[in-house]
Design a protein around this ligand. Sequence first.
Ligand SMILES: *[C@@H]1O[C@H](CO)[C@@H](O)[C@H](O)[C@H]1NC(C)=O
Length: 304
Amino acid sequence: MLAIYSTLLALALTLIASVVTAKTPVSNRPLWGLCYSPYNNDGSCPAYESVESGLNAVADVAKNIRLFSTDCSQLKFALKAITKNDLDMGVYAGLWITDGDQRKNSDVAAFIDAAKAYNSSGLIRGVSVGNEETFKNMDSAQVVGHINDVRSRLRGAGLGHIPVYTTDVDSHFTPEMAKASDVVNVNVYSMFDGSPITMDQAVQRVIARANHVRDSVAQGKKVRISESGWAAGGNLKGMPLTLENQQSYLRKFKCAAEKAGFEYFFFEAKNADWKKSMEQADYEYNFGVFDSNFGHKLDFSIKC
Ligand SMILES: *[C@@H]1O[C@H](CO)[C@@H](O)[C@H](O)[C@H]1NC(C)=O
């Protein structure tokens, strides 16, 4: 009798433990990936605990995250939080190369440091050398030079197994950049097209552009949509930037991207209140699928 009770007790304790530690299984997460910038709302560097709670929220809805830089220890914090909380989430890192060699070198050094420390976890699935650099006026050839430089530094550090590539907008991506990249990462938006459109049109245009890159630019490399999204507010040439449209875009885009065979990062995890200190256009703050404190914003029950 006692044996039965203790067996039941053990069973109950196991159940409680599994409820407490349960993470959303990867197969139940609706999104392939989310872009994530972890900065505090005032633009300062986040504490580790803030990245940890943010990624716990992200892990309920997305299988992978994309980072844009290694500053503020964000890559190391993300790897630590994912490992410690057993979040089973792939990390697509980013190196910031817009602001000169000093910043680039510090990003590369921080990447190598974190990638070595967590090498056995296999969590890092790729690294982007820059983001929208030709869109920001760098030459395509210069971008290729940066990709090759980073690739050789990673090989030298024993990290040659990590895919290296750049990320740029579809209209600026060149065949040379595709050749130098292990995968073609394109940011594709129809929100900036300049005339109001329905969310069906918005999504169809994005998929058509990504298909064009796959057919005409990618040189046979895999194409991933590294950013797409729709702001829930702000002013942009009369575009219908509403929460309702963002919700609609999220649903339609997820289903259309998966149907067309694209991996994708939805832009972005949380509202970017941190950009207010940079005086960017107001729609820039409104792309989050969560609010700026990871509070509820959108409904993720999506049936395709
Ligand atoms: C990292 O792991 C890969 C295997 O996944 C291995 O080939 C490589 O040598 C390791 N690098 C370091 C620096 O430990």
